[in-house]
Design a protein around this ligand. Structure first.
Ligand code: FE2
Ligand code: FE2
Length: 398
Protein backbone atom coordinates (compact mmCIF):
# COMPACT_ATOMS: atom_id res chain seq x y z
CA UNK A 1 0.00 0.00 0.00
CA UNK A 2 1.18 3.54 -0.72
CA UNK A 3 1.84 5.76 2.24
CA UNK A 4 -1.22 7.85 1.60
CA UNK A 5 -0.86 9.84 4.77
CA UNK A 6 2.08 11.95 3.66
CA UNK A 7 0.50 12.36 0.27
CA UNK A 8 -2.95 13.41 1.36
CA UNK A 9 -2.50 15.03 4.75
CA UNK A 10 -3.52 18.48 3.52
CA UNK A 11 -6.59 17.49 1.52
CA UNK A 12 -10.17 17.88 2.82
CA UNK A 13 -11.43 14.56 4.36
CA UNK A 14 -13.78 13.64 1.51
CA UNK A 15 -11.16 14.14 -1.22
CA UNK A 16 -8.62 12.34 0.89
CA UNK A 17 -10.94 9.33 1.20
CA UNK A 18 -11.63 9.33 -2.54
CA UNK A 19 -7.93 9.39 -3.30
CA UNK A 20 -7.35 6.61 -0.79
CA UNK A 21 -9.93 4.45 -2.60
CA UNK A 22 -8.27 5.07 -6.00
CA UNK A 23 -4.80 4.33 -4.63
CA UNK A 24 -6.12 1.09 -3.21
CA UNK A 25 -7.43 0.08 -6.66
CA UNK A 26 -4.12 1.06 -8.26
CA UNK A 27 -2.26 -1.12 -5.78
CA UNK A 28 -4.55 -4.02 -6.58
CA UNK A 29 -3.93 -3.75 -10.32
CA UNK A 30 -0.20 -3.30 -9.81
CA UNK A 31 -0.04 -6.63 -7.97
CA UNK A 32 -1.35 -8.53 -11.01
CA UNK A 33 1.68 -9.58 -13.03
CA UNK A 34 0.13 -12.09 -15.47
CA UNK A 35 -1.38 -10.22 -18.48
CA UNK A 36 -3.97 -12.98 -19.02
CA UNK A 37 -5.14 -12.63 -15.43
CA UNK A 38 -5.31 -8.89 -15.99
CA UNK A 39 -7.42 -9.44 -19.12
CA UNK A 40 -9.81 -11.58 -17.08
CA UNK A 41 -10.03 -9.49 -13.91
CA UNK A 42 -9.35 -6.01 -15.34
CA UNK A 43 -12.70 -5.23 -17.02
CA UNK A 44 -14.59 -6.65 -14.01
CA UNK A 45 -12.39 -4.49 -11.77
CA UNK A 46 -13.35 -1.37 -13.70
CA UNK A 47 -17.06 -2.23 -13.55
CA UNK A 48 -16.98 -3.11 -9.86
CA UNK A 49 -14.40 -0.83 -8.28
CA UNK A 50 -14.57 2.31 -10.43
CA UNK A 51 -18.05 2.36 -12.00
CA UNK A 52 -19.53 0.71 -8.87
CA UNK A 53 -22.10 -1.18 -10.90
CA UNK A 54 -23.30 -3.12 -7.85
CA UNK A 55 -24.28 0.06 -6.02
CA UNK A 56 -26.47 1.84 -8.53
CA UNK A 57 -29.74 0.53 -7.16
CA UNK A 58 -30.76 -0.93 -10.52
CA UNK A 59 -30.54 -4.50 -11.85
CA UNK A 60 -27.11 -5.43 -13.24
CA UNK A 61 -26.81 -7.21 -16.58
CA UNK A 62 -23.71 -9.35 -17.14
CA UNK A 63 -23.12 -10.77 -20.62
CA UNK A 64 -22.63 -14.53 -20.60
CA UNK A 65 -20.59 -16.11 -23.38
CA UNK A 66 -20.25 -19.78 -22.51
CA UNK A 67 -21.50 -22.68 -24.63
CA UNK A 68 -24.19 -25.10 -23.50
CA UNK A 69 -22.82 -28.62 -23.82
CA UNK A 70 -25.44 -31.23 -24.80
CA UNK A 71 -24.84 -34.96 -24.79
CA UNK A 72 -27.53 -37.11 -26.39
CA UNK A 73 -25.84 -40.31 -25.23
CA UNK A 74 -26.53 -39.65 -21.51
CA UNK A 75 -23.33 -41.37 -20.32
CA UNK A 76 -22.65 -42.50 -16.76
CA UNK A 77 -19.28 -40.85 -16.77
CA UNK A 78 -18.28 -40.13 -13.17
CA UNK A 79 -19.34 -42.54 -10.41
CA UNK A 80 -18.07 -40.33 -7.57
CA UNK A 81 -20.12 -37.43 -8.95
CA UNK A 82 -23.15 -39.69 -9.25
CA UNK A 83 -22.78 -40.67 -5.59
CA UNK A 84 -22.72 -36.98 -4.73
CA UNK A 85 -25.92 -36.49 -6.77
CA UNK A 86 -27.61 -39.25 -4.75
CA UNK A 87 -26.48 -37.67 -1.47
CA UNK A 88 -27.66 -34.26 -2.66
CA UNK A 89 -31.15 -35.57 -3.47
CA UNK A 90 -31.38 -37.17 -0.04
CA UNK A 91 -30.04 -34.07 1.66
CA UNK A 92 -32.70 -31.66 0.34
CA UNK A 93 -34.51 -29.75 3.07
CA UNK A 94 -37.49 -27.40 3.20
CA UNK A 95 -36.62 -23.84 4.15
CA UNK A 96 -40.06 -23.46 5.77
CA UNK A 97 -38.99 -26.03 8.39
CA UNK A 98 -36.50 -23.63 9.98
CA UNK A 99 -37.78 -22.18 13.30
CA UNK A 100 -38.85 -18.86 11.76
CA UNK A 101 -41.16 -18.29 14.76
CA UNK A 102 -38.01 -17.51 16.84
CA UNK A 103 -38.13 -13.93 17.98
CA UNK A 104 -34.86 -12.18 17.09
CA UNK A 105 -33.76 -8.91 18.62
CA UNK A 106 -30.43 -7.92 17.07
CA UNK A 107 -29.73 -5.60 20.02
CA UNK A 108 -30.29 -8.25 22.69
CA UNK A 109 -26.94 -8.71 24.49
CA UNK A 110 -28.01 -12.18 25.73
CA UNK A 111 -28.24 -13.59 22.23
CA UNK A 112 -25.91 -11.55 20.05
CA UNK A 113 -25.74 -12.25 16.32
CA UNK A 114 -22.01 -11.58 16.62
CA UNK A 115 -20.30 -11.38 20.03
CA UNK A 116 -18.88 -8.03 21.25
CA UNK A 117 -15.41 -9.62 21.13
CA UNK A 118 -15.78 -9.67 17.33
CA UNK A 119 -14.81 -6.00 17.40
CA UNK A 120 -12.23 -4.78 19.88
CA UNK A 121 -14.02 -1.61 21.04
CA UNK A 122 -11.13 -0.53 23.27
CA UNK A 123 -8.82 -0.55 20.30
CA UNK A 124 -11.43 1.31 18.28
CA UNK A 125 -11.12 4.02 20.91
CA UNK A 126 -7.33 4.12 21.10
CA UNK A 127 -6.60 3.63 17.40
CA UNK A 128 -9.52 5.33 15.67
CA UNK A 129 -10.34 7.83 18.39
CA UNK A 130 -14.00 6.72 18.48
CA UNK A 131 -15.65 5.77 21.76
CA UNK A 132 -19.01 3.99 21.47
CA UNK A 133 -21.28 3.52 24.50
CA UNK A 134 -22.87 0.14 25.26
CA UNK A 135 -25.98 0.74 23.13
CA UNK A 136 -23.94 2.13 20.23
CA UNK A 137 -21.69 -0.92 20.39
CA UNK A 138 -24.70 -3.20 20.04
CA UNK A 139 -25.98 -1.11 17.14
CA UNK A 140 -22.59 -1.24 15.49
CA UNK A 141 -22.55 -5.05 15.80
CA UNK A 142 -26.04 -5.08 14.29
CA UNK A 143 -24.66 -3.17 11.29
CA UNK A 144 -21.63 -5.40 10.96
CA UNK A 145 -23.58 -8.65 11.20
CA UNK A 146 -26.20 -7.40 8.72
CA UNK A 147 -23.41 -6.37 6.37
CA UNK A 148 -21.79 -9.80 6.64
CA UNK A 149 -25.06 -11.62 6.05
CA UNK A 150 -25.87 -9.29 3.13
CA UNK A 151 -22.58 -10.30 1.50
CA UNK A 152 -23.49 -13.96 2.09
CA UNK A 153 -26.80 -13.28 0.35
CA UNK A 154 -25.20 -11.54 -2.64
CA UNK A 155 -22.67 -14.36 -2.90
CA UNK A 156 -25.57 -16.84 -2.93
CA UNK A 157 -27.22 -14.99 -5.83
CA UNK A 158 -23.92 -15.29 -7.71
CA UNK A 159 -23.74 -18.98 -6.79
CA UNK A 160 -27.30 -19.58 -8.04
CA UNK A 161 -26.55 -18.18 -11.50
CA UNK A 162 -23.05 -19.68 -11.68
CA UNK A 163 -24.43 -23.12 -10.76
CA UNK A 164 -26.99 -22.76 -13.58
CA UNK A 165 -24.25 -21.78 -16.07
CA UNK A 166 -21.97 -24.60 -14.98
CA UNK A 167 -24.82 -27.11 -15.27
CA UNK A 168 -25.19 -26.05 -18.90
CA UNK A 169 -21.57 -25.98 -19.84
CA UNK A 170 -19.86 -28.85 -17.97
CA UNK A 171 -19.13 -31.91 -20.11
CA UNK A 172 -19.63 -34.63 -17.46
CA UNK A 173 -23.21 -35.83 -17.62
CA UNK A 174 -23.24 -36.91 -13.97
CA UNK A 175 -22.04 -33.37 -13.24
CA UNK A 176 -25.12 -31.92 -14.94
CA UNK A 177 -27.49 -34.00 -12.81
CA UNK A 178 -25.57 -33.05 -9.70
CA UNK A 179 -25.56 -29.39 -10.85
CA UNK A 180 -29.35 -29.39 -10.95
CA UNK A 181 -29.43 -30.14 -7.22
CA UNK A 182 -26.98 -27.34 -6.58
CA UNK A 183 -29.18 -24.86 -8.44
CA UNK A 184 -32.00 -25.83 -6.07
CA UNK A 185 -29.71 -25.57 -3.04
CA UNK A 186 -28.55 -22.09 -4.02
CA UNK A 187 -32.12 -20.93 -4.64
CA UNK A 188 -32.97 -22.04 -1.11
CA UNK A 189 -29.90 -20.26 0.28
CA UNK A 190 -30.91 -17.01 -1.41
CA UNK A 191 -34.35 -17.43 0.09
CA UNK A 192 -33.25 -18.11 3.68
CA UNK A 193 -30.57 -15.41 3.90
CA UNK A 194 -32.90 -12.85 2.38
CA UNK A 195 -35.73 -13.83 4.67
CA UNK A 196 -33.49 -13.61 7.73
CA UNK A 197 -32.21 -10.16 6.79
CA UNK A 198 -35.64 -8.91 5.84
CA UNK A 199 -37.75 -10.30 8.67
CA UNK A 200 -35.26 -10.49 11.54
CA UNK A 201 -32.58 -7.85 11.00
CA UNK A 202 -34.52 -5.38 8.79
CA UNK A 203 -31.37 -4.47 6.92
CA UNK A 204 -29.82 -5.07 3.53
CA UNK A 205 -26.44 -3.71 2.46
CA UNK A 206 -25.17 -3.20 -1.09
CA UNK A 207 -22.81 -5.76 -2.52
CA UNK A 208 -19.18 -5.19 -1.58
CA UNK A 209 -17.20 -3.97 -4.63
CA UNK A 210 -14.58 -6.73 -4.40
CA UNK A 211 -17.21 -9.45 -4.26
CA UNK A 212 -18.86 -7.82 -7.30
CA UNK A 213 -15.56 -8.02 -9.21
CA UNK A 214 -15.18 -11.74 -8.57
CA UNK A 215 -18.79 -12.54 -9.49
CA UNK A 216 -18.62 -10.37 -12.62
CA UNK A 217 -15.36 -12.04 -13.71
CA UNK A 218 -16.66 -15.58 -13.43
CA UNK A 219 -20.11 -14.91 -14.87
CA UNK A 220 -18.65 -13.31 -18.01
CA UNK A 221 -15.74 -15.73 -18.56
CA UNK A 222 -16.62 -18.17 -21.34
CA UNK A 223 -14.49 -21.04 -19.94
CA UNK A 224 -16.47 -23.37 -17.72
CA UNK A 225 -13.49 -24.35 -15.63
CA UNK A 226 -12.86 -20.68 -14.75
CA UNK A 227 -16.47 -20.41 -13.55
CA UNK A 228 -15.93 -23.56 -11.57
CA UNK A 229 -12.69 -22.38 -10.09
CA UNK A 230 -14.18 -18.97 -9.26
CA UNK A 231 -17.43 -20.19 -7.81
CA UNK A 232 -17.02 -23.76 -6.58
CA UNK A 233 -13.54 -23.39 -5.15
CA UNK A 234 -12.88 -19.74 -4.38
CA UNK A 235 -16.24 -18.14 -3.51
CA UNK A 236 -17.86 -21.29 -2.11
CA UNK A 237 -14.70 -22.34 -0.31
CA UNK A 238 -14.36 -18.96 1.33
CA UNK A 239 -18.08 -18.74 2.02
CA UNK A 240 -17.99 -22.14 3.68
CA UNK A 241 -15.26 -20.89 5.98
CA UNK A 242 -17.13 -17.67 6.71
CA UNK A 243 -20.38 -19.54 7.42
CA UNK A 244 -18.44 -21.85 9.74
CA UNK A 245 -16.87 -18.95 11.63
CA UNK A 246 -20.26 -17.27 12.04
CA UNK A 247 -21.89 -20.55 13.07
CA UNK A 248 -19.27 -20.90 15.77
CA UNK A 249 -19.62 -17.31 17.01
CA UNK A 250 -23.34 -16.60 16.95
CA UNK A 251 -25.57 -17.10 19.97
CA UNK A 252 -28.78 -16.55 17.99
CA UNK A 253 -30.49 -19.96 17.63
CA UNK A 254 -32.40 -19.39 14.36
CA UNK A 255 -29.30 -18.16 12.56
CA UNK A 256 -27.28 -21.04 13.99
CA UNK A 257 -29.75 -23.58 12.65
CA UNK A 258 -29.94 -21.81 9.28
CA UNK A 259 -26.15 -21.81 8.94
CA UNK A 260 -25.91 -25.45 9.96
CA UNK A 261 -28.20 -26.47 7.09
CA UNK A 262 -26.46 -24.22 4.58
CA UNK A 263 -22.97 -25.46 5.58
CA UNK A 264 -23.98 -29.05 4.86
CA UNK A 265 -25.13 -28.11 1.35
CA UNK A 266 -22.03 -26.01 0.70
CA UNK A 267 -19.70 -28.82 1.73
CA UNK A 268 -21.16 -30.85 -1.16
CA UNK A 269 -20.73 -27.95 -3.58
CA UNK A 270 -17.05 -27.52 -2.82
CA UNK A 271 -16.60 -31.30 -3.00
CA UNK A 272 -18.13 -31.19 -6.50
CA UNK A 273 -15.71 -28.43 -7.53
CA UNK A 274 -12.72 -30.44 -6.31
CA UNK A 275 -13.84 -33.61 -8.12
CA UNK A 276 -14.50 -31.91 -11.44
CA UNK A 277 -11.42 -29.70 -11.51
CA UNK A 278 -8.90 -32.25 -10.25
CA UNK A 279 -9.73 -34.44 -13.21
CA UNK A 280 -9.92 -31.62 -15.75
CA UNK A 281 -6.73 -29.83 -14.68
CA UNK A 282 -4.71 -33.05 -14.60
CA UNK A 283 -5.86 -34.32 -18.00
CA UNK A 284 -6.98 -31.49 -20.22
CA UNK A 285 -4.88 -28.40 -19.64
CA UNK A 286 -1.47 -27.33 -20.91
CA UNK A 287 1.14 -26.09 -18.46
CA UNK A 288 0.55 -22.54 -19.66
CA UNK A 289 -3.20 -22.80 -19.04
CA UNK A 290 -2.57 -24.26 -15.63
CA UNK A 291 -0.27 -21.38 -14.72
CA UNK A 292 -2.92 -18.86 -15.70
CA UNK A 293 -5.42 -20.54 -13.38
CA UNK A 294 -2.87 -20.70 -10.62
CA UNK A 295 -2.19 -16.96 -10.88
CA UNK A 296 -5.88 -16.14 -11.16
CA UNK A 297 -6.70 -18.14 -8.02
CA UNK A 298 -3.93 -16.40 -6.12
CA UNK A 299 -5.17 -12.92 -7.13
CA UNK A 300 -8.71 -13.79 -6.14
CA UNK A 301 -7.48 -15.15 -2.80
CA UNK A 302 -5.71 -11.83 -2.19
CA UNK A 303 -8.78 -9.91 -3.26
CA UNK A 304 -10.74 -11.75 -0.62
CA UNK A 305 -8.06 -11.72 2.06
CA UNK A 306 -7.04 -8.08 2.00
CA UNK A 307 -10.02 -6.22 0.81
CA UNK A 308 -13.14 -7.59 2.40
CA UNK A 309 -13.15 -4.72 4.82
CA UNK A 310 -16.75 -3.59 5.32
CA UNK A 311 -16.29 -0.14 3.77
CA UNK A 312 -20.07 0.01 3.49
CA UNK A 313 -20.27 -0.07 7.29
CA UNK A 314 -17.48 2.48 7.53
CA UNK A 315 -19.42 4.86 5.25
CA UNK A 316 -22.51 4.49 7.41
CA UNK A 317 -20.73 5.07 10.73
CA UNK A 318 -17.48 6.95 10.30
CA UNK A 319 -17.34 8.68 6.91
CA UNK A 320 -16.20 12.27 7.53
CA UNK A 321 -15.17 11.39 11.12
CA UNK A 322 -12.33 8.91 10.64
CA UNK A 323 -10.04 8.74 7.58
CA UNK A 324 -10.69 5.74 5.36
CA UNK A 325 -7.16 4.39 5.72
CA UNK A 326 -7.49 4.41 9.51
CA UNK A 327 -10.58 2.25 9.21
CA UNK A 328 -8.76 -0.12 6.87
CA UNK A 329 -5.96 -0.63 9.36
CA UNK A 330 -8.45 -1.18 12.15
CA UNK A 331 -10.89 -3.45 10.29
CA UNK A 332 -8.06 -5.59 9.00
CA UNK A 333 -7.01 -6.60 12.49
CA UNK A 334 -10.21 -6.85 14.54
CA UNK A 335 -10.45 -10.28 16.21
CA UNK A 336 -13.57 -11.38 14.32
CA UNK A 337 -12.05 -10.61 10.92
CA UNK A 338 -8.89 -12.47 11.84
CA UNK A 339 -10.99 -15.46 12.83
CA UNK A 340 -12.98 -15.27 9.57
CA UNK A 341 -9.76 -15.23 7.58
CA UNK A 342 -8.27 -18.09 9.54
CA UNK A 343 -11.27 -20.37 9.00
CA UNK A 344 -11.72 -19.32 5.36
CA UNK A 345 -8.18 -20.08 4.28
CA UNK A 346 -7.93 -23.27 6.27
CA UNK A 347 -10.70 -24.51 3.96
CA UNK A 348 -9.52 -22.95 0.72
CA UNK A 349 -5.79 -23.71 0.60
CA UNK A 350 -6.08 -27.54 0.87
CA UNK A 351 -8.62 -27.49 -1.96
CA UNK A 352 -6.27 -25.52 -4.20
CA UNK A 353 -3.55 -28.05 -3.40
CA UNK A 354 -5.89 -30.92 -4.23
CA UNK A 355 -6.86 -29.62 -7.68
CA UNK A 356 -3.21 -28.96 -8.56
CA UNK A 357 -3.04 -25.17 -8.27
CA UNK A 358 -0.30 -24.99 -5.66
CA UNK A 359 2.76 -25.93 -7.68
CA UNK A 360 6.26 -24.96 -6.48
CA UNK A 361 6.22 -21.87 -8.74
CA UNK A 362 3.32 -20.25 -6.82
CA UNK A 363 4.11 -21.49 -3.30
CA UNK A 364 6.51 -18.60 -2.48
CA UNK A 365 3.64 -16.16 -3.17
CA UNK A 366 1.35 -17.97 -0.74
CA UNK A 367 4.22 -18.08 1.72
CA UNK A 368 4.63 -14.30 1.52
CA UNK A 369 0.88 -13.87 1.98
CA UNK A 370 1.10 -16.00 5.16
CA UNK A 371 -1.21 -18.67 3.75
CA UNK A 372 1.06 -21.71 3.56
CA UNK A 373 0.34 -22.76 7.14
CA UNK A 374 -2.96 -24.15 5.83
CA UNK A 375 -1.29 -26.31 3.19
CA UNK A 376 -1.66 -29.68 4.92
CA UNK A 377 -5.36 -29.43 5.87
CA UNK A 378 -8.05 -31.82 4.61
CA UNK A 379 -9.56 -31.05 1.19
CA UNK A 380 -13.32 -30.99 0.55
CA UNK A 381 -13.47 -34.54 -0.75
CA UNK A 382 -12.22 -35.81 2.62
CA UNK A 383 -14.64 -33.92 4.89
CA UNK A 384 -18.42 -34.17 4.89
CA UNK A 385 -20.75 -31.39 6.03
CA UNK A 386 -21.66 -33.42 9.13
CA UNK A 387 -18.00 -33.78 10.10
CA UNK A 388 -17.53 -30.08 9.56
CA UNK A 389 -20.40 -29.23 11.93
CA UNK A 390 -19.09 -31.65 14.58
CA UNK A 391 -15.66 -30.04 14.37
CA UNK A 392 -17.14 -26.52 14.67
CA UNK A 393 -19.23 -27.57 17.68
CA UNK A 394 -16.16 -29.06 19.29
CA UNK A 395 -14.17 -25.87 18.73
CA UNK A 396 -17.00 -23.71 20.07
CA UNK A 397 -17.23 -25.83 23.23
CA UNK A 398 -13.45 -25.73 23.84
FE1 FE2 B 1 -25.05 -21.51 -1.34
FE1 FE2 C 1 -22.96 -23.28 -2.88
Amino acid sequence: MFDTRTLTRFLPPRMRNQLDAYLEIATLFREISDPRVMASLGPSGVRGLILKRGKQGVPTKMGASHEAHFDWGYPSDMPEMHALYTRAKQGQWDSDDLPWYTSVDPLNPERPILPPAFVDFDRMHTEMGVKLNALEQRKFLHSLSSWTLSQFLHGEQGALFAAAQVTESVQFFDGKLYGATQVMDEGRHVEVFHRYLDEKLNRLYHINDNLFVIIDALMTDSRWDMKFLGMQIMVEGLALGAFGAMYRMTKEPLLKELLKRVIQDEARHVHYGVLALREHFAKELSERELHEREDWAFEVALLMRNRFLAYEVYEEWFDGIVPREKWREFADTIPGMKEFRQVMFSRLVPNLREIGLLSPRIIPHYERAGLMKFYNGAAADQVTGEQMILELDRQAAA
